[in-house]
Ligand binder design. Structure first.
Ligand SMILES: [Zn+2]
Length: 171
């Protein structure tokens, strides 16, 4: 797993185009270890250089429903994946997050208009809030793993990204 732990894992040598990673191609998906899995320094959406940028995303490990309800926030059942994104997909993601947040604020305002009994501002706020949330949601980059097991996470990536990593069966 992690044999060398540099103080700042994303500040590796600029001469190294693809820093060490442990992603493998597994069928149509990319598989990384659930603990400290490292993806190549390439945008998973377009394969452009990610310049060491990683979007941190928490994912849930597979488990049965009653357990999920009993302890929803047990850290044993979640893991963090670090998703490389190029500058343009990073901007798209940031814009999407802002629009989603704006939509949320507008929806809250619409609720207040409803309480105040202002019909038209409420309808306007509801419509605008929903549109902002829909557009924001479409722009945001949210990686939903295809599968999460106890020790691995499977995600989707673009074809050039897939071609650049070794196939699981070749290792
Ligand atoms: Zn990209």
């Amino acid at each position: 797993m992690n044999t060398e732990q540099s103080p700042s894992p994303y500040r590796q040598s600029a001469h190294d185009p693809i820093p060490e990673h442990d992603a493998v191609r597994d069928g149509r998906f990319v598989r990384i270890p659930a603990e400290d899995g490292r993806l190549p320094d390439r945008c998973i959406l377009c394969n452009a250089p990610a310049d060491f940028y990683r979007k941190h995303q928490k994912v849930r490990r597979g488990r049965t429903l009653p357990l999920a309800i009993l302890d929803p926030d047990d850290s044993n059942h979640t893991c963090l994946i670090e998703v490389p994104l190029c500058p343009s997909h990073r901007r798209r993601d940031a814009l999407g997050s802002s629009l989603t947040y704006g939509g949320y604020v507008v929806l809250v305002a619409a609720m207040l208009f409803m309480i105040a009994g202002w019909l038209w501002p409420m309808i306007g706020g509801l419509g605008l809030g929903l549109v902002l949330m829909l557009v924001g949601g479409a722009l945001r980059v949210v990686v939903r793993p295809v599968q999460v097991s106890h020790d691995s996470v499977w995600i989707r990536a673009c074809q050039p990204f897939m071609s650049s990593i070794p196939a699981a069966e070749d290792l």
